[in-house]
Structures are given as structure tokens and as C-alpha cells.
Design a protein around this ligand. Structure first.
Ligand code: MSP
Length: 525
């Protein structure tokens, strides 16, 4: 059983419908998963939903529904959304599933038995309206709390805490010794700065069930439910356990039970957690500590992406400043959406969605760039040669090989935006080649028949190579290019990007526009 390349996204809170930020993270993770598969790795891609805790309980209450019924209804929407985005996730975990809950409880039991937890009263200011504890730091300059908190009272509450102190030093050393552990490097520096300049407070891992019932009960103290972050982070190993991962099952003492599984998949340690910058501390501080305490190896990498704004302002349900991914996909197609988010925003910095920018990229890079190249290349082949290719010719081979090598290098380093730039280098070169060689003129001169054959071969073969390179990013488009070329199957194997795949006498299929032109000034959402 060889270990898979195991990559995950954050699991989204189930307290609303998906927005651009959720979609972005899932798309970039899918591009990485597809790229690895194309490059020959065995991959396991996990995504899912974070269904417990106050946010979800309140959202259910607001709709007058039982939390479980609320989650079941909404989870169906999110699963359909994942399919709409064309994600190739191998599993979809929900934290309300029994397979997850048993792992969380096993995890808690083990750490409790080891003495990692203690129970203590906490005294603080409490806002019942916001269901949150406040500190003196939350006071306004005049000493009062913001009226949005409602009445703030002094409250004493017992809770369970996870001892953090003994973990601070080794974690600093681990991060320093493994520069790849947190990327980009400015996020690593942020985490190191935090760990070196402050004392890690013990983590409160419980909430009294009397106050918050929607959670996983602590197996050793039923008066409490588990803090939602402890619960949520555990999804990465509960999914692995449910597939019989030997490392996780051994740590949980579940080897016997798991050995009955039909098939076992080796997953842990995760190779890559893709998350947003706002939850880096949970993934790069608390999660490694939880794993270390459990006796499990740490994930190889945590990649923190940036945040999207829309038209220069925060994306927010309350102000209505949202990008509705479903509406964009309806209007422009899923590949246009996938393309824009990966092309516009490199992995790491923050980005800004603009409707005008979306429409401009669609027009220039998809319709006039890629779409035009494929359509005119194949249409000319059809018109001048009945769709039948002449002998292979290698005029564009060096350009294609350069793009293939650059794309491979960038995909191996998860440099998705740079990979797209390399691919578009070839798109632009091939469009320029059409203009330079002018096949429409060659077609008028019988003495140029052999030259026209060469040009048409170079163009068709470049389209084929592009389909292979594009597959991780624009899978539907790349499948269409393959079909229009008269090729069977999906271009899902990177090695088939080698020049010369189309043979003499090959008959292509029917050309059709890949990206219909939008003539009216379009609105993207
Ligand atoms: N449930 C937690 C994650 C638990 S992971 C063990 C959570 N959920 S979330 O729904 O608030 O966010 C899910 C992911 O979407 C996070 O990685 C978050 O950073 C990302 N994004 C949420 N808003 C975003 C933007 N505006 N832009 C980009 N990504 C954003 O946090």
C-alpha cells in the first residue's frame, strides 16, 4: 500500500451558502490535486463541512430548524456546489458524521488519559447576546462595552483546558528546521514571531453543554461539548481513519477494527493543508500540537492563501457585497470562473474581484486568446484539408517544449498563476504564428500546399499540447479541445504533452467556439 499525496481544504462553516472565498480555496486545491495526478502521483483530496458550534447552532435557530435537519439540507447545497466547481475530491467529510465523532472522542479520551487536559473555573465578562467572553481589551476608550454586546455580566464558568506550555519550544524548532512547513514565508515569519514573543496560553477545549449543546460531548465529562476548532481540525485524521490509514488507526488503537475494512488507503501524514490566512494559527500552532500530543507525525505543509475582496471592499453578507459563484458560473461557465480566480490571484497575497476585470480577462485571454486559437486552427484544417492531418512537423515544437517544461516546474512547486502564464506564453506564440504564416493566404496558392500542411499540423498539435497543460485548470475546456481534435478520453496525463502525439492521416472532430463572445458590457455577478 503506497502512501497517497494527501491534500485538504479547510472545512467550511455550514452557516450560509458558499461565496467566492470558499470557492477559491476549493478550486486552487482541485488544481493542485489534478496537477499531481496528471504528473503521475496517487492523490487523495479531502474537503468537507464544519457543522458544529455556535455559528451553526445560531443559523439553524434563525431558520427555526433543528441543527441536524438544518445541516442535512444545507450540506446537500454545498455538495452540489463542489460538483458544480468540477472538484475531484475523493471524499467529503461532515463533522456530524459518526465516523468523525468517534475519532474526536477517541482523540479526546487518549489525551485526557495522558493528562494533557485539566478543568478549571474561568471568570470573565460575558455577553449573552453574542454568547462570548470579553476581556478588558474589548472595552471602548470610555471603559464601556459596545452596545452590540447587549448586557455584559460577570460570569464564572468551568471548562477543560489543554496544556500548551510544553509544546512551544519544539514547535519553534520544527518551524525553523522545516522552511517548507508554512508557506508563503511571510506567514511562517508571522507564526514564528507570535510563538517567540508571546507565551502560548492553554487552549480551552470545551464549552458547557448548558450554554452550547450543538457539539460533540466530551467522553469523560458529559456536561461539556468539544470546542468547535478541536472538533474541526480533527477532520483531517478522522477521514484518514475511516479509510483505514494505518498510522492514524495505530495512534487511535483501532488496528483491529480497521483490519476488517475492504480496502485500506495510506494517507497520514497529510502532504498539504490549503487554508486561508485567517486560520493559520489554528493550523500551524494548535493542530501540530494536537498531533504531537497524539503521537502522530505532522503534516508536511500548510499553505495559507490570501483573502478576496470585491470591488475594493470586504466581502460581507451584511452589506451584500458578495460574488455569487453560482451566478457567475451560470453566466460565464465554470472554466471561466476557475480561470479568473487562479489567473488573477497568486497563492498568498490578497486579491480584488472586479466585474470589469473578469469580463476583460474572459474576452482577452479566453475568447480572443485560447478560444480563437483553437477555433481558427481547427476550422482552417477542416476547410482546407477536410480535417485530415499531414505528416508531423516540428516548427512549434521548441515553443511547446519550453511551455511544457515551465508548466511542469511551476506545477511541482504549486505555482499555479505562473503555470498559467507559461501556458499562455504558448497560446500567444501560436496566435502570432497564425498571423505570421497566414495560412489563409497559403491556401490560395497551390505552390504553397506543402507549407500549408506544415502550418496546420503545428497548430493542431499545439492545441493538443495545450489541452494537456490546461487540464488541471480548465478540465471541461481541455476535454472539449480533445474532442474537437477527434481524440478519445481526457487529456489527464502530463506525459502526453510530448510533441508529436497527432499522427499523419488523423481526422479531427467538429470545431466549435470554446468561449462564446459576450458583446454587451457584462456584469460578472
Ligand atoms: N470552519 C472553519 C475552518 C475549519 S478547518 C479545520 C472556517 N470556516 S469558514 O467557512 O469561515 O472559512 C473556510 C475557508 O474559506 C477558510 O480557509 C477561509 O480562510 C476561507 N475564506 C473565507 N473568506 C474568504 C475570502 N474572502 N477570501 C478567501 N478565502 C476566504 O474558517
Amino acid at each position: 500500500m503506497s502512501k497517497r499525496f494527501y491534500l485538504t481544504t479547510a472545512i467550511d462553516y455550514l452557516n450560509g451558502v458558499p461565496h467566492l472565498g470558499h470557492a477559491y480555496e476549493k478550486i486552487v486545491t482541485d488544481v493542485i490535486a489534478r496537477a499531481r495526478r496528471s504528473l503521475g502521483q496517487e492523490v487523495f483530496f479531502l474537503t468537507g463541512l464544519d457543522e458544529h458550534g455556535q455559528k451553526v447552532q445560531q443559523a439553524a435557530q434563525a431558520e427555526g430548524k433543528e441543527p441536524q435537519a438544518y445541516c442535512d439540507e444545507l450540506a446537500a447545497v454545498w455538495k452540489a456546489f463542489a460538483a458544480k466547481l468540477n472538484l475531484t475530491n475523493d471524499d467529503f467529510i461532515r463533522t456530524t458524521e459518526p465516523r468523525h465523532k468517534t475519532v474526536v472522542q477517541g482523540f479526546l479520551d487518549k489525551l485526557h488519559a495522558q493528562g494533557d487536559f485539566y478543568k478549571e473555573p474561568y471568570e470573565g465578562w460575558y455577553s449573552a447576546k453574542e454568547e462570548t467572553f470579553l476581556t478588558d481589551k474589548d472595552r471602548r476608550p470610555d471603559g464601556t462595552f459596545d452596545p452590540s454586546y447587549g448586557e455584559v455580566v460577570k460570569l464564572v464558568e468551568e471548562n477543560w483546558y489543554f496544556r500548551m506550555g510544553r509544546h512551544q519550544q519544539w514547535l519553534i524548532e520544527h518551524i525553523e528546521a522545516n522552511p517548507e512547513f508554512i508557506v508563503p514565508d511571510y506567514r511562517r515569519n508571522e507564526v514564528l514571531g507570535f510563538l517567540k514573543h508571546s507565551t502560548l496560553a492553554d487552549l480551552c477545549i470545551s464549552r458547557p453543554a448548558a450554554r452550547l449543546s450543538w457539539g460533540i460531548p466530551l467522553p469523560f465529562d458529559r456536561e461539556f461539548v468539544n470546542y468547535v476548532w478541536f472538533d474541526a481540525l480533527t477532520n483531517y485524521i478522522s477521514a484518514a481513519a475511516s479509510h483505514g490509514d494505518p498510522v492514524v488507526c495505530a495512534a487511535l488503537g483501532r488496528e483491529a477494527e480497521i483490519s476488517n475494512l475492504q480496502s485500506q488507503i495510506s494517507l497520514w501524514p497529510a502532504d498539504l493543508h490549503v487554508i486561508g490566512k485567517d486560520i493559520i494559527k489554528f493550523h500551524a500552532v494548535y493542530w501540530p500540537i494536537m498531533l504531537k500530543a497524539m503521537g502522530l507525525p505532522l503534516p508536511k505543509q500548510v499553505l495559507a492563501h490570501g483573502f478576496w475582496q470585491k470591488e475594493g471592499a470586504k466581502i460581507s453578507k451584511s452589506t451584500g457585497n458578495l460574488v455569487d459563484p453560482m451566478a457567475v458560473i451560470e453566466e460565464w461557465g465554470v472554466d471561466a470562473f476557475r480561470f479568473y480566480v487562479v489567473r488573477e490571484l497568486d497563492l498568498g497575497p490578497d486579491g480584488n474581484w472586479t466585474d470589469a476585470g473578469f469580463a476583460a480577462r474572459y474576452q482577452a485571454e479566453l475568447a480572443n486568446g485560447l478560444g480563437n486559437l483553437v477555433n481558427r486552427s481547427l476550422s482552417m484544417l477542416k476547410r482546407y484539408r477536410g480535417g485530415i492531418l499531414a505528416a508531423p512537423h516540428a516548427e512549434l515544437q521548441p515553443d511547446a517544449e519550453q511551455a511544457v517544461a515551465q508548466t511542469r516546474r511551476h506545477l511541482e512547486a504549486n505555482e499555479l498563476q505562473a503555470a498559467l502564464l507559461a501556458i499562455w506564453g504558448l497560446v500567444n506564440r501560436a496566435n502570432q504564428y497564425v498571423d505570421q504564416t497566414a495560412p489563409f493566404k497559403l491556401a490560395k496558392d497551390p505552390a504553397q500546399a506543402a507549407r500549408l500542411d506544415q502550418v496546420l499540423y503545428n497548430l493542431a498539435e499545439t492545441c493538443r499540447v495545450l489541452a494537456v497543460l490546461l487540464w488541471p485548470f480548465l478540465p471541461a475546456t481541455s476535454a472539449k479541445i480533445y474532442a474537437q481534435l477527434g481524440l478519445a478520453g481526457e487529456p489527464a496525463n502530463f506525459t502526453s504533452a510530448a510533441w508529436g502525439g497527432l499522427g499523419e492521416g488523423h481526422l479531427i472532430g467538429e470545431p466549435a467556439p470554446l468561449f462564446p463572445r459576450k458583446d454587451t458590457p457584462a456584469k460578472a455577478a
